[in-house]
Design a protein around this ligand. Structure first.
Ligand SMILES: [Zn+2]
Length: 180
């Protein structure tokens, strides 16, 4: 098996470190790789769109790229702030396989309970699926047609809640082919 790069988690702004630690442990299992958690940093001012009350995720990715130590590392920024790219109202996260960097937000995972009481376990389960999906994209996996697979593209929170937090056999094989 090829040697694989570490996953680097970068906490952006205030976060629940219990959940970040759990995320690190689960990502380590999903990708059989080491995971480091960097010291938290503030979100970049340049990404802050005050009018929208959101942060532009693509700008965050360019900042994360500067923190990358080598080409094999996969960097995942995590934030509680709401993210967007200009063509959409919001995004759960964004990944750029070219730069090896991704960013995800807990914001919508919390907001889309439609009046239900917040459930920490369910928020975490959604966050883990989002994290695995994004790091999967960094490993050049594409969207999967299997609605139970973690690489299935979620259009709604129901899609996210339906899929598992693991790869289907096809995606797992692709991952191995891509050196994981
Ligand atoms: Zn799949």
């Amino acid at each position: 098996m090829k040697s694989r790069g570490k996953i680097i988690i970068v906490p952006l702004g205030d976060l629940d470190f219990y959940q970040i630690n759990k995320l690190a442990a689960n990502l380590s299992v999903a990708f059989s790789s080491g995971v480091d958690i960097l010291q938290g940093v503030e979100l970049p001012d340049e990404a802050d769109n005050e009018q929208r009350g959101q942060f532009y995720s693509t700008i965050i990715l360019t900042k994360l790229e500067l923190m990358r130590q080598n080409e094999t590392e996969k960097v995942l920024g995590v934030t509680e702030e709401d993210l967007y790219i200009p063509t959409t109202p919001y995004v759960y996260g964004e990944a750029d396989p070219q730069s090896g960097c991704a960013v995800m937000s807990f914001f919508r995972l919390r907001q889309e309970f439609f009046g239900m009481a917040e459930d920490d376990k369910q928020i975490y389960s959604r966050a883990l699926k989002e994290a695995i999906h994004l790091v999967g994209q960094l490993h050049r996996l594409v969207s999967c047609t299997n609605p139970r697979c973690v690489m299935y593209h979620s259009s709604t929170m129901r899609d996210t809640d339906t899929k598992a937090d693991r790869f289907c056999d096809n995606c797992q094989r692709r991952l191995v082919r891509h050196g994981v």
